[in-house]
Every structure is written in structure tokens, then in C-alpha cells.
Design a binder for this molecule. Structure first.
Ligand code: PAF
Length: 304
């Protein structure tokens, strides 16, 4: 359709022999994406919001949308409002050309790469959410305002893409709790699907920030997942404070600077003293590996 202002069309040549000529469209404007989605034969739109610097975790989300039969869409937008540290925003990896070809190979149908002005037009709708302690604990305590920025951009992107399903990774566990609460407050019919964390072979959670790790800190970083696995092994006998002290010590000995290691109720995100007494328990942590801040989590007890 020539009415669509497509900047690139990528042909997915080799991942799916049954649909060798599937094309991926890259849109700059939401109006064009929405014209495209309204013409597509699919009955549902699946959406994977990203800030680019894509890795296997993002691809697993796209593949999940494709497998569900969705028109698989993604966005690449480094959202300035969720960075409390300007240096972090400046250093955030940006690899748009590689991202676009990775998405095409994964079977993505369309990607939106909007400008800041497109996402936040002057005089446009602004969202105000209140998440209570969900936004003040853990990441919220160390990154004030971060979740307000995340909720603001996800709400805007949902307006622009209007998906039936929203796919996000469990690595950002607190973010998924915030987005679930945001969907509830918006009374949205979009279904949130949280996919398991994808890991490197040594256990390090895939993250766009991993590319910034020095070889020394890349070698040390898997200790984060080891501490989370220790917590899973130890919680039936040990209380949360003892597990936390042990994990903080182990990460420090490996040369990392842990910010927190918390064992929380998976719904409220409030600390649980005795993990045996709650039915949905998650261990969450953040640690600096040099100048790269990494987060990860493991479910200790899954909700029944
Ligand atoms: O998880 C991320 O990459 C970002 O927080 C998100 C959800 C794309 C919003 O900018």
C-alpha cells in the first residue's frame, strides 16, 4: 500500500520455509502502523515494547506472539522519561539497524520506531498513575521516578499500537507488576503475557546492558543468578534475612556492588520474613558490575 509511509521493508528470507516472502514493515508514525494493522488478516495484535539493543530475550517474545497467531508488532524507543540518571540514558546502547534485521528474522510483522515528539506530542494526553509501594520499593527506591516513566510510555505505546496482547519479560519483574497494575487502572482489555527470562549459558540474564560489561565483569556477573538459585535452594530452611545477607556477601566477594537482594511477595512486592509462609515468593536483586547496573529475579514459590 503506497499510502503507507514505510521507511524500509525487510524480507524474511530464511526463517520460515512456509512463508519465505513475509515482509516486515518499519513505521515512524503510529497512524501508518494503525492503517497497516487494520488491513492485516490477523484477528489479534501482539505487541513487544523495547528500547532496542535487542537480544534473544526480545526475540523469544516476538516468537511467542507469532506462535499465538498474533500480528507481531514491536516498538523501538529509548524512553527518556524512565531514566533517572542522564548518564545512563546517554550510555544506553543504540543499534537500530541490527535491531530491525533481528526482528525481521524472528518473524515480526511490523515495528514502530517513533520520535520523542510522536510519543509525547505537545498538548497530548498525559497519564498520571499512582502505584503506591509497587513503585517505591526495590528498583523504585534506587531509581526514583523510573516506574512513572515506564507506565507513561507503555500507556502511550498501547494507545498507538492498540494490541490485544502485550508481551514482556520476567527479568523486569517489578516492571511487569507495575504494567499489570497500570492495565487494571486503565480498565484495559489488553492481556499482559509475562515470558520467562532468557539466559546466557552461564546463567546471566539476557539484557541490553550486557554488551557494556568489561570482560572482567562479564566473567563475574553470573554470580547474580547463582545467588538467586542459592535462595531457591535455601528458603525452605532459612529465613529471608539470612539468605539476603549471604547473597549480598557472595556478590561483593565476586567484585560486584549489590544494591539490594530482597525476598518479596510476588503480588505486593513487600518483603516476606519467612518465605515458607507466602504462596507466591520472588527473590529480586540489583547489582553494579563496574559501571553497568544489572537486575535479575527468580521465583522461589509460584502462585498456586
Ligand atoms: O523494558 C524495557 O525495555 C522498557 O522499560 C519498556 C517496557 C520498553 C518501556 O520503555
Amino acid at each position: 500500500n503506497t499510502a503507507l509511509t514505510k521507511r524500509y521493508i525487510f524480507e524474511r528470507r530464511f526463517t520460515n520455509a512456509r512463508r519465505p516472502c513475509q515482509r516486515m514493515y518499519v513505521f515512524q508514525y503510529a497512524a501508518d502502523l494503525s492503517r497497516y494493522t487494520s488491513m492485516a488478516p490477523h484477528t489479534s495484535v501482539g505487541f513487544v515494547p523495547t528500547m532496542g539493543a535487542l537480544h534473544a530475550g526480545h526475540l523469544a517474545l516476538i516468537r511467542r506472539a507469532v506462535a499465538a497467531g498474533d500480528l507481531a508488532t514491536a516498538s523501538i524507543f529509548v524512553n527518556p522519561t524512565q531514566f533517572n540518571d542522564p548518564e545512563d540514558l546517554r550510555k544506553y546502547p543504540r543499534t537500530p539497524e541490527a535491531d530491525v534485521s533481528i526482528l525481521a528474522k524472528a518473524g515480526c510483522h511490523a515495528v514502530l520506531m517513533p520520535s520523542v515528539e510522536e510519543v509525547y506530542p505537545a498538548g497530548g494526553q498525559s497519564y498520571e498513575f499512582s502505584f503506591g509501594h509497587l513503585e517505591t520499593v526495590m528498583e523504585g527506591a534506587f531509581r526514583p521516578g523510573h516506574f512513572k516513566g515506564v507506565a507513561q510510555v507503555v500507556a502511550r505505546l498501547l494507545d498507538m499500537v492498540r494490541p490485544q496482547r502485550l508481551y514482556m519479560g520476567q527479568k523486569d519483574f517489578q516492571q511487569t507488576a507495575i504494567v499489570a497494575e497500570m492495565l487494571r487502572q486503565l480498565n484495559s482489555s489488553t492481556q499482559l503475557i509475562v515470558a520467562e527470562t532468557v539466559r546466557e549459558t552461564d546463567g546471566l540474564a539476557m539484557s541490553s546492558r550486557n554488551v557494556r560489561l568489561s570482560p572482567e565483569f562479564r566473567a563475574a556477573a553470573p554470580v547474580i543468578y547463582q545467588c538467586l538459585l542459592d535462595a531457591k535452594r535455601l528458603y525452605p530452611e532459612m529465613d529471608a534475612a539470612a539468605i539476603t545477607a549471604r547473597a549480598m556477601q557472595k556478590m561483593e566477594s565476586a567484585g560486584l556492588r549489590p544494591e539490594y537482594f530482597e525476598i518479596v511477595d510476588g503480588r505486593t512486592l513487600l518483603p516476606v520474613g519467612n518465605p515458607r509462609q507466602a504462596d507466591f515468593v520472588v527473590a529480586c536483586t540489583a547489582a553494579w558490575a563496574g559501571d553497568v547496573r544489572l537486575i535479575d529475579n527468580v521465583v522461589l514459590r509460584a502462585a498456586g
